[in-house]
Design a protein around this ligand. Structure first.
Ligand SMILES: [Zn+2]
Length: 416
């Protein structure tokens, strides 16, 4: 396997697949499979979610840029990692770097009855504005990372309707053709999002994907988002009131009902997503619902934190997470919360675990699979469980007592 030696500049925002196509054109003898292998390390890799990025970094940039930067600028990792806790994003990045392409879906797993939304479109998509811009600036068109987001129907850069191109087939596993945008038969995108009216809400939402991809919208990361939701509920007095105002704002900005927005964007919680977010029951990795709410909050002059807040936005005032009504000491609460959030569970789980409940009732109220809760309990340090067991009373059926008994049994077996 040889290095390419020369590759035209792959600008931030272009997919790695664009480089594969160019490689294929430069080395006319090589087959599609050979080009895929040359850039992404494997024939069956498309590099969309981040698999193959370390190979591509070596082959395309000669390691002059960190793999993490390639992941963030040329793959959908640059979008989805923004809503993950730093620990989860870092772990995912290193799994991707070591070639574990299945890592992305694994990072999204977690809830029962709440399916993982599709992470990338099954076909390639193009925008006339982007094609024109690329031709003017670099002489060839490249596939854009953001066009592969299933929950948009229009180009976030130009606002024009996207066109489905390449890989248009019911067979999602069919390999995409090695062509560049504009070279293939295309048709109006069939993404559900394209059925939404072009409204202020939808336009702001498209723009927010750009902000997310650029790493500017830091307020959607779990730690800050939790404080944002806290601050919003505080501002309106109650969760119900906050929900009512935000839903009314969404209806006004998008010109359709909240349920229609949820359906068109494939939001897992459906029309109740605002409530689920305010209640902090949503796992960090879901981005679309979060961005719809950010758009409404920006409009209400309660903007979530940006890396640099633009002058037209009024930032929401946040305050530190406060202990809530549980017998656990503030320190124990904070420690439990840290473990819950680092494991990519929603903050609501930590409030549930602070109470004398069993895994069945957690499953019923939060829709987090009881087996996952039980497995998560096994990862908590013994000292924390010990402290929690002393600070308040627990019934024998509680998740905490069951986990402590399990450890005792395991310990005595190990010593017999
Ligand atoms: Zn465009």
């Amino acid at each position: 396997m040889s290095y390419i030696g020369y590759m035209p500049y792959l600008k931030p925002g272009s997919t790695l697949l664009s480089a594969v196509v160019i490689h294929n054109r430069m080395f006319q003898s090589s087959s599609a499979g050979q080009s895929l292998k040359a850039i992404l390390g494997r024939e069956n890799q498309r590099g969309v979610l981040g698999a193959g990025a370390s190979e591509a970094t070596r082959r395309l940039f000669g390691l002059s840029v960190p793999v993490r930067q390639v992941l963030e600028q040329h793959t959908l990792f640059g979008v989805y990692s923004r809503t993950m806790p730093a620990s989860v994003a870092n772990a995912l990045a290193s799994r991707l770097e070591s070639g574990k392409g299945d890592a992305v879906h694994a990072a999204f797993r977690g809830h029962r009855r709440r399916r993982i939304p599709r992470l990338a479109t099954t076909c390639l998509r193009s925008c006339d504005g982007c094609i024109q811009e690329d031709m003017d600036h670099q002489g060839f068109a490249s596939w854009r990372v953001l066009h592969l987001l299933p929950s948009i129907g229009h180009c976030p850069y130009h606002g024009t309707e996207l066109r489905d191109e390449g890989g248009i087939s019911n067979n999602a596993r069919r390999r995409w053709p090695l062509t560049l945008p504009g070279e293939h038969k295309s048709r109006k995108t069939n993404a559900k999002a394209s059925t939404l009216p072009i409204s202020d809400g939808y336009c702001a939402y498209l723009h927010l994907w750009k902000e997310t991809f650029g790493g500017d919208l830091i307020g959607i990361a779990p730690d800050l988002w939790m404080l944002v939701m806290d601050a919003v509920v505080r501002r309106f007095g109650t969760l119900a009131r906050a929900c009512e105002v935000i839903e009314a704002t969404i209806r006004q900005l998008w010109d359709v009902s909240v349920g229609q927005v949820a359906a068109a964007l494939d939001i897992a919680d459906g029309e109740l997503f605002v409530n689920a977010e305010l209640d902090q029951r949503v796992q960090a990795s879901y981005v679309a619902s979060r961005l719809v709410i950010v758009g409404a909050l920006d409009h209400l002059q309660m903007s979530p934190p940006r890396r640099q807040s633009p002058p037209h936005l009024v930032p929401l005032e946040l305050s530190q997470a406060k202990p809530f009504g549980s017998w656990l000491s503030p320190r124990t609460q904070a420690e439990l919360r840290r473990y819950v959030m680092d494991a990519n569970f929603p903050p609501a789980l930590y409030r549930a675990l602070a109470g004398d409940v069993d895994v069945y009732s957690i499953d019923a109220s939060l829709r987090i699979d009881r087996l996952l809760v039980r497995r998560f309990a096994t990862t908590l340090p013994g000292e924390l469980l010990e402290t929690m067991s002393k600070e308040q009373t627990w019934s024998n059926s509680s998740w905490l007592m069951k986990e402590m008994r399990r450890r005792e049994v395991a310990w005595s077996r190990g010593n017999s």
